[in-house]
Design a protein around this ligand. Structure first.
Ligand code: R5P
Length: 318
């Protein structure tokens, strides 16, 4: 039977949209426009395509610190924050035991580890541990002596969007940590999973713009899809500028809420693509209001003053 619709000019216009060329949309995220679909989709799960930024909630500290302050009971302290972030940065142990599989948030899975804070050696200043910088135990392995602690099959089972690996540039185990990074990038590339290089700061290294420019750029050149780095007051915009992939900032040690919001604001103004914050949120006087205030800065265009006012208001109501 003949096709009733025929092949009319009207059909061509209405059903084939012949007058409308198919668009080739750009991808919104810095340096990520030539990745495959699955990888871009995972990144779009971490970074909000509207603001172009991410709020990652970091609570993976237990992988070397155990139950640190604020993380004694992750079910009680972190789950209430979950609705307000974009991505959960965690260990596989906490993911399986505490985080509901129904979560809609992206997963940033801690993928390196192997030593604990009691093994901090001469090359470690204790910045991420919040412990005395002078801790030195001859005969113990320094914290930089990490290996990959998650297999790629496991990362797939856990539906990770991004895998986080610590890189200790300038430390005794620099080469090993870089090898961890490139091995993970190669494994993750087979499945379109992103890798985030995390700049660790050791005692041997300065916290200078030059150091951070080198560390972040080096990791991007080796194939990281995103980089996590500390914020510094001086020339931070040059660090984001010469890193060809997105940078998210670590929160670092707990500081007053107003200062933490200022840091998040300054970082975003200076080209950061969001935050990957832990202690400055879950150790805040009022963690849920702090989480919402950080959200105001990162996604809603608030300055630090307005965000702090929001924090105070929400805190007084809670
Ligand atoms: C450190 O290695 C961990 O990856 C933490 O997740 C990271 O330092 C961010 O946490 P905080 O904001 O507490 O520094």
């Amino acid at each position: 039977m003949a096709d009733l619709d025929g092949n009319s000019a009207e059909k061509k216009d209405k059903e084939y949209f012949t007058g409308i060329p198919q668009e080739t949309p750009k991808f919104f995220l810095k340096g990520s426009h030539q990745y495959d679909w699955g990888l871009q989709n995972r990144l779009a799960h971490i970074f909000n395509p509207v603001s172009g930024r991410a709020i990652m909630l970091a609570f993976d500290h237990g992988y070397f610190m155990g139950p640190t302050s604020g993380l004694e009971r992750v079910d009680q302290t972190i789950l209430p924050l979950e609705p307000y972030c974009d991505c959960l940065m965690l260990t596989r142990g906490i993911q399986r035991s505490i985080i509901p599989a129904s979560t809609q948030k992206a997963i940033a899975l801690r993928a390196s580890g192997g030593t604990s804070m009691v093994s901090m050696g001469d090359d470690w200043e204790g910045e991420i541990a919040g412990q005395p910088a002078t801790l030195s135990r001859p005969g113990y392995e320094p914290l930089s002596n990490e290996h990959l602690a998650v297999d790629i099959d496991e990362a797939i089972r856990l539906n990770a969007s991004v895998l986080a690996v610590q890189v200790f540039i300038g430390s005794q185990y620099e080469r090993q940590s870089l090898q961890n990074l490139t091995n993970l990038i190669d494994a993750a590339a087979r499945y379109g999973i992103a890798v985030m290089g995390v700049v660790a700061v050791g005692r041997a290294m300065e916290r200078t713009p030059k150091y951070f420019r080198m560390a972040t750029r080096l990791m991007a050149e080796l194939g990281c899809h995103m980089v996590k780095c500390y914020h510094i007051e001086e020339e931070f915009e040059t660090i984001t500028s010469c890193c060809p992939v997105p940078i998210v900032i670590a929160g670092g040690k707990k500081r007053p809420e107003r200062d933490a919001l200022q840091m998040a604001y300054d970082a975003c103004e200076q080209g950061a693509s969001g935050v990957d914050m832990g202690r400055n949120i879950f150790q805040a006087d009022a963690p849920v209001p702090m989480m919402k205030a950080v959200r105001g800065v990162v996604h809603e265009g608030m300055n630090a003053e307005d965000a702090f006012a929001l924090y105070e208001e929400l805190k007084s109501e809670s």
